[in-house]
Design a protein around this ligand. Structure first.
Ligand SMILES: Nc1ncnc2c1ncn2[C@@H]1O[C@H](COP(=O)(O)OP(=O)(O)OP(=O)(O)O)[C@@H](O)[C@H]1O
Length: 243
């Protein structure tokens, strides 16, 4: 389980998060939904221990955590296959076994063997994203932190990768904290939705989506929140001040 309790953090002189609470349960895909700039990436960086909060506690009892960034961040001088294989510990498996396992993961993600040897510059954006997902999941993490990994892709490809990611996480019982500001993406992938709002930001509402995916259920929940006036900050960012 990953628990962030009563977190406060100031960045660039601004109190960005305050009284921020979030729990990620084993095997559950939690989508953290909030408008651009509210602090979603900051939450992921806190969860990954790349940042320390000013106050509050973060407890991560998942045995292995991996990360998928907004950009695929592949090593340009390594092939697709080697970018995935290098996530595996060389002390645990021979190079041949690491490459065989990487080939299996690339195949699961829809790669043809003829593309295994291509370098990142020779791959489309969607293929690069698939390599990044394979690299994160091949280590069988108990938790994967995903920062809008499909934001740069077109809609059909995004839908395809959302479904694939959801199924692969389910198949190996990997929990995910998935950040997005896209409602359709949330409906497609979430078991649980945590809505961020306010300034400083915190989690305004957290609810389970059962069964997943269920767009009508998500809309009902979002409409209820909107009626209670809790989504003003999510969908209506404050107007810029005119000087
Ligand atoms: N290291 C930093 N120093 C100063 N300010 C920062 C730092 N990191 C983030 N910020 C600011 O904190 C705010 C939240 O950033 P963050 O990237 O967490 O938002 P986000 O919700 O993930 O946005 P997006 O959806 O656009 O990616 C932004 O205004 C950003 O400029």
């Amino acid at each position: 389980m990953l628990t962030l309790s009563n977190i406060a953090i100031t960045l660039g002189g601004r109190l960005l998060l305050d009284r921020f609470d979030l729990t990620i349960n084993p095997g559950e895909i939690t989508v953290l939904l909030g408008r651009s700039g509210i602090g979603k990436t900051t939450v992921l960086r806190l969860a990954a221990e790349l940042l320390r909060p000013n106050s509050g506690t973060i407890v991560n009892s998942f045995r292995r955590t991996s990360y998928v960034f907004q950009e695929p961040r592949l090593l340009p001088w390594s092939s697709a296959l080697d970018n995935v294989a290098m996530a595996l510990d060389p002390l645990e498996r021979s190079r041949r076994k690491r490459r065989a396992e990487a080939a299996l993961w690339l195949t699961r993600l829809g790669f043809e063997p003829r593309d295994f040897g291509k370098y990142p510059a020779q791959l489309s954006g969607g293929m690069q994203s698939r390599v990044a997902i394979a690299r994160a999941l091949i280590v069988k993490p108990e938790l994967v932190l995903m920062d809008e990994p499909f934001a740069a892709l077109d809609f059909p490809l995004r839908r395809q990768l959302q479904a694939l990611t959801r199924d692969l996480c389910r198949a190996q019982n990997t929990a995910a904290l998935f950040v997005t500001h896209d409602l359709a993406e949330t409906a497609a992938i979430a078991d649980r939705v945590a809505v961020m709002g306010g300034s400083p930001a915190r989690v305004l509402s957290s609810f389970a989506q059962t069964p997943t995916p269920s767009l009508p259920e998500l809309w009902v929940a979002v409409a209820e929140l909107a009626q209670r006036g809790e989504l003003r900050d999510v969908f209506d960012p404050p107007a810029p001040s005119v000087v």
